[in-house]
Design a protein around this ligand. Sequence first.
Ligand code: NAD
Ligand code: UDP
Ligand code: UDP
Length: 326
Amino acid sequence: MPRLVSAARYSLRKRVLVTGGAGFIGSHLCERLLADGCDVLCADNFFTGTKDNIAHLIGRPHFELLRHDVTFPLYVEVDEIYNLACPASPVHYQFDPVQTTKTSVHGAINMLGLAKRVKAKILQASTSEVYGDPQVHPQAEGYWGHVNPIGPRSCYDEGKRCAETLFFDYHRQHGLRIKVARIFNTYGPRMHPNDGRVVSNFIVQALKGAPLTIYGDGSQTRAFCYVDDLVDALIRLMASKDGFTGPVNLGNPGEFTILDLARKVIALTRSGSRLVRRKLPADDPRQRRPDIALARRVLRWTPKTGLDAGLKKTIAYFRGGLAGGA
Ligand code: NAD
Ligand code: UDP
Ligand code: UDP
């Protein structure tokens, strides 16, 4: 009589859970994992993500979609977890700030509990916001940050900081294999057109011929990473040696003022839009640029897509969407 062997042992495919998989970055990550031969389980409550982002994956034999809120427990069997679930734009994460903190904190506890039970490797999508309005420039991982604990951005910043704490405590206390990515501003196709982030706002405004809204005097800086480069970095981070936990900065070190970005978008869209000034939001960081020496050295990763090339692809995406009435 042959011995019974569990079905999972016949499968060579890695089973990967992506929380927030129907969002902007998550949908690109699901696509890449499928292309790499993984079995992908996408869990999302569709707060800011949408089925449209993953419509082309639904029905593929190795893709599964689960409507699930990570603030509730989840019992599944997987080998790796990418924890991306969390609204990411200020407009969305300030819409229901208590839920934002819950998503980061309860979501992290549940996903870490899951990882502990099934001995999965787990990656946290943390953020450059853990540095707050930084007093050190550019920001390296050793900088502890300058964050307002009680302001309108705190639900996101402090939620993500607490999630990092939980990741490191589960690592120290329970020996979990963790990876913490500090993601800097990322852009590309499938950004939500109304989520208020600067790249999507400017492109949509330029394509509609509406004025581009400059918050403050536009001299604040950001460094923008194209989504394909970021996804490549996340995959490399997950595959890195168990001894490497991060936190590791992932972003494109090319730094631009918001005015630079506005002028670039107007030029690339050949738009006749003008610029208008709006009030600078509270606690808006003055400057931001990642020091990516650690990612270069350990992950052998460097972003390949310059801002012009990435903007062209993103503009083409929004042009298609606006023409289709989106
Ligand atoms: P996004 O809003 O497009 O994606 C977030 C996804 O999480 C959405 O699909 C949303 O529906 C889902 N979600 C939110 N709350 C949830 C919950 N409670 N349960 C299950 N799903 C939930 O944003 P994004 O830009 O793709 O960001 C993905 C991750 O990367 C986030 O964790 C974000 O904090 C992080 N990040 C993004 C950037 C960036 O510039 N895009 C920068 C730093 C960090
Ligand atoms: N959890 C989960 N899926 C699992 C295992 C745990 O969602 O497969 C949740 C569980 O609901 C718990 C949390 O993860 O609230 C933390 O789990 P852990 O085992 O670390 O803590 P405990 O259950 O002892 O509170
Ligand atoms: N911003 C702007 N006009 C907009 C949207 C944003 O000038 O229509 C500015 C915003 O004040 C911030 C920068 O662009 O200084 C990046 O904003 P975003 O919300 O994209 O990301 P974050 O502030 O989280 O880095």
